[in-house]
Design a binder for this molecule. Structure first.
Ligand SMILES: [Zn+2]
Length: 370
């Protein structure tokens, strides 16, 4: 296939993917009930390596600790690992696991490496177009994995990790979950720095195949460099893995709390917009015939404040004034009682149904509180 055609087909299938995900995923966009943790690589794919250890072992260690931390303190959260042992899982399958389980968050965990032994520290990626060549290199390296998969061109819509166009294609991807992905990404970096005391290399964007088709906020963590001797010792130790996992757990917990607080706020706004209101009027006259507003009986009244209702038995009720508070209507009723000493206050709910004054005052009190 010519590169241009490949690009077009990739673009179209991206759009379809976005369209089909858009409708299903939004039921409760604030709930964080299911998280999929994806330890990168595995089996025949060791990931990054040095004499200190292999990426696939380190990230599995971190993922297992992370699962335990979440299970221990957040029992309402379902945690799913894309692999819990040393097996090869294809990249597309990892996102598929998250989509099939309707996960609210996808966390892919990886370890970085560099030809130089100098670089160290942590970085967290969200899906997007790389801003630097270095970010592109990280994504390219992680995407290379698919070369170990059979029929990868079929499974990834013709994606070729070695082609320069392959990364450009991600510009077409308008991540619907970018804000949330950035939020969890910054929380992870904040906690790597403050909780695990790692060097914070920042939140970055690049085109990672593993995040490509996930239908939820998704991040890819590079939890340290296996190529840096000091950091390699830390990330291969169970102490290091536990601390890194704990930092990610804290970020997850903060994210969950923030999202759910936003959800409550959104629900509060909904409730406010539909909050029950009450309308008071003064019923001052009942008549078997319509009364002319210009008749001498009504001459002292402000005509614009008079309303009529024809009731079932053919009678006419006459009301005076409108007010949303009992206090306002009481003031008005004092005036009208000079002419109609039997006038009395009545109340209606927001649907126009007559309600008792006691009920009305209760509603009034409630709506003032909000
Ligand atoms: Zn990796």
């Amino acid at each position: 296939m010519k590169p241009k055609n490949t690009l077009l087909i990739l673009g179209l299938s991206l759009m379809f993917a976005l369209l089909s995900f858009g409708s299903s995923a939004q039921e409760d966009m604030y709930a964080v009930k299911t998280v999929v943790i994806d330890p990168g690589h595995g089996g025949k794919d060791p990931g990054a390596m040095s004499k200190y250890g292999r990426e696939k072992d380190i990230v599995l260690g971190i993922a297992k600790y992370l699962k335990k931390f979440i299970n221990d303190s957040l029992p309402d959260v379902k945690v799913i690992l894309t692999r819990d042992k040393d097996v090869f899982v294809e990249l597309y399958r990892r996102g598929e696991i998250a989509n099939q389980n309707k996960a609210d968050l996808f966390i892919s965990i990886h370890i970085n490496s560099n030809p130089s032994t100098k670089p160290y520290g942590t970085e967290t990626y969200v899906m997007g177009l790389h801003k630097t060549k270095q970010n592109l290199e990280v994504a390219k390296k992680e995407n290379q994995v698919i070369l170990k998969e059979i029929d990868y061109k079929k499974k990834y819509d013709g994606f070729d990790p070695n082609s320069p166009e392959a990364s450009i294609i991600f510009t077409l991807f308008q991540n619907a979950y970018l804000d949330q992905s950035l939020k969890i990404a910054s929380l992870v970096q904040k906690n790597f720095k403050n909780t695990a005391h790692r060097l914070d290399r920042g939140v970055k964007q690049a085109g990672f195949l593993v995040l490509w088709k996930t239908a939820m906020p998704s991040i890819l963590i590079e939890a340290g460099f296996i190529s840096n001797p000091t950091e390699a010792k830390y990330i291969t130790s169970s102490k290091g893995q536990k601390e890194l996992a704990y930092a990610i757990f804290k970020a997850f917990k903060e994210y969950k709390e923030e999202m759910e607080a936003e959800g409550r706020k959104a629900k509060g706004f909904e409730a406010n917009s539909e909050k029950p209101t009450v309308l008071y009027k003064i019923q001052f006259l009942t008549s078997s015939k319509p009364v002319d507003y210009d008749s001498p009986e009504l001459k002292n009244l402000n005509k614009s404040l008079i309303s009529t209702e024809k009731i079932k038995n053919g009678m006419y009720k006459y009301y005076y004034g409108y007010a949303k508070t009992f206090r306002e209507i009481s003031a008005l009723s004092k005036d009208i009682k000079k002419n109609f000493k039997d006038a009395f206050i009545v109340a209606f709910d927001s649907s126009g149904n007559r309600i008792s004054l006691r009920e009305a005052k209760k509603i009034e009190k409630k709506s003032n509180k909000k």
